[in-house]
Design a protein around this ligand. Structure first.
Ligand SMILES: [Zn+2]
Ligand SMILES: [Zn+2]
Length: 350
């Protein structure tokens, strides 16, 4: 099998040819049909997160080992099944849930494998989808995509699930109150689509890029505000008719997180999702006095992945723009994404 791997952080992805694995036990082997190129792949490739103050959190210290086949948004066709695997047949097209834990600890048994302390995430700690084949440890991580085209289904494994997970952390109040979405890239637009499908009140979208604000309005945003404006928080509050109950920060930079905090009303919540990096300082009395919650959200659970696909089918959620590329363009695509040149989602189709 062929794959494009991170052999060294910051260097071009390298082509590897290895024997195609045979699935053992309950494992399933799929031929990759679509592999989304995600923003977090850039951080993995660079090898660190910016944690502010000039400091970096190295991914190798978090257990990422090289060479690594990235790619955590994968759709494949089942080509071989381990002797104990059940529930799938050769020829089935499936979306791979990549946020796999140890499957054995209390967290995993509660169904929150994405929070397991011994993660086996495909494309992060184990080989992912930038390849012509992918090995999945158990059939329960394979989800039916119905008639959805593979390239359209793949991004639901990360960007879709991340947006859905963040919306779920807000709770039922999203049906009554407008929220703020910071960042109108692929994730922000996906979030707008899902919010509509969940019958949410709507969102005010903040982005510094005029083109992205336009795209957000076209996707049904209540208003779009330039995050670079000195009075951005006031503009958001004006559009919302007051402070907001929830702000989702898909950027995760110092400026966006600060703006998110500034738009909240009493009892409000900021959900940080983006990994751009930086830090913020907060006067501690604000937390109790404003009954404020600052929460991080990391992808979502396997149950939420199923809920999401169900919602997408039921509510006919429109696809975000998809650009397909051959597997050989993996490195070039990653670099284009890094340079901010891609609209919507790029998907490799080996
Ligand atoms: Zn991702
Ligand atoms: Zn676990």
């Amino acid at each position: 099998m062929r794959s494009y791997d991170v052999a060294e952080c910051g260097s071009p992805l390298k082509l590897f040819e290895r024997p195609t694995p045979k699935p053992e036990g309950a494992a399933v082997l799929l031929r990759v049909l679509a592999a989304g190129v995600c923003h977090s792949d850039i951080h993995i490739w660079e090898g660190y997160y910016d944690i502010g103050g000039g400091k970096k959190l190295k991914l190798t210290d978090r257990g990422v080992a090289l060479p690594l086949t990235m790619g955590h948004e994968t759709v494949g066709e089942v080509v071989a099944i381990g002797p104990e695997a059940e529930g799938v047949r050769v020829g089935d097209k499936r979306l791979v849930f990549p946020w796999i834990g140890c499957a054995d600890c209390a967290v995993c048994r509660r169904g929150e494998e994405q929070l397991c302390l011994a993660p086996r995430f495909l494309g992060v700690f184990r080989a992912g989808g930038y390849a012509d084949h992918i090995l999945v440890p158990h059939a329960r991580y394979l989800l039916d995509i119905g008639t959805m085209p593979p390239a359209q289904a793949a991004p639901y494994a990360c960007s879709g699930l991340t947006a859905y997970g963040a919306l779920k952390r807000i709770g039922a109040v999203l049906k009554e109150e407008p929220l703020v979405i910071l960042g109108a890239g692929g994730l922000g637009l996906m979030c707008l689509n899902l919010l509509k499908a969940m019958r949410g009140r709507g969102a005010i979208v903040v982005d510094t890029d005029a083109g992205k604000r336009e795209a957000a309005m076209a996707a049904g945003a209540l208003a779009a505000v330039d995050g670079g404006a000195a009075d951005a928080a006031a503009q958001v509050k004006k559009a919302a008719g007051g402070g907001v109950w929830a702000a989702i920060d898909f950027v995760g930079a110092t400026s966006t997180a600060r703006l998110a905090v500034d738009t909240l009303t009493k009892g409000g919540k900021v959900i940080v999702v983006g990994l751009f990096g930086g830090d913020i300082t907060l006067p501690l009395p604000f937390l109790p006095l404003r009954a404020m919650t600052i929460q991080g959200s990391y992808v979502g659970s396997l149950a939420e992945m199923r809920e999401l696909l169900d919602l997408v089918h039921r509510a006919h959620v429109p696809s975000i723009p998809i650009t397909t590329r051959p597997l050989d363009a993996a490195d070039a695509t990653l670099q284009e994404l890094r340079a901010g040149k891609l609209v919507g989602r790029a998907v490799l189709t080996p």
